[in-house]
Design a protein around this ligand. Sequence first.
Ligand code: SF4
Length: 222
Amino acid sequence: MTAPARRPRETPEERKKRARRIFSLLHKAYPDAHCELDHANAYQLLVATILSAQCTDARVNMVTPALFARFPDAKALADANPAIVEEMIKSTGFYRNKTKSLLGMARALVERHGGDVPRTMEELRVLPGVGRKTANVILGNAFGINEGVTVDTHVMRLSRLLRLTRHDDPIAIEQDLMALYPRKDWALLSHLLIFHGRRICIARRPRCGECVLVRLCPSAQV
Ligand code: SF4
């Protein structure tokens, strides 16, 4: 019996080329890719990102207008009655923990940063409810600082399907993506992968027949 033909192993240079091609095709497909959490400043984006854990951006966008109107800055949120915040964010799920994170984060901003959102990974990632992923969202989208790549569930899934990484761990995936793409593209890269993951490369039912990456994707099913 003849063994099935195997794809030749991709060299690092070939992978880098393919990765850049993927970026440019996605950029063409989604020229307006952006952060889909509605926000007007870094404080609002921080609140919205904490609320987005295990929740859709669309759902978060339904609760934040009232929340931002009632608690327009870190000082107001730091002094908030937790029961009121819980009630306002209930529909985003895990509302007790999220309320603790929001109030803890707001108090930390007031106590350590004069009510402002800090602009470094070191200061952001130690705020309550904020890890590296959230810090990357804030730095990349509120301040235009490309410190890393935001690796959410879509970015993890697509990076693996597209064989841009073989890792499962978000930190290791982020390192692989940072090595494949120039720093200036890091924030946009995650928006592009997230847009594609929401619209075409949908979990468990990818629409490979409609996908602009079909020729570059080792997981394509066509
Ligand atoms: S070809 Fe299919 S699996 Fe690959 S990125 Fe496109 S939709 Fe996803």
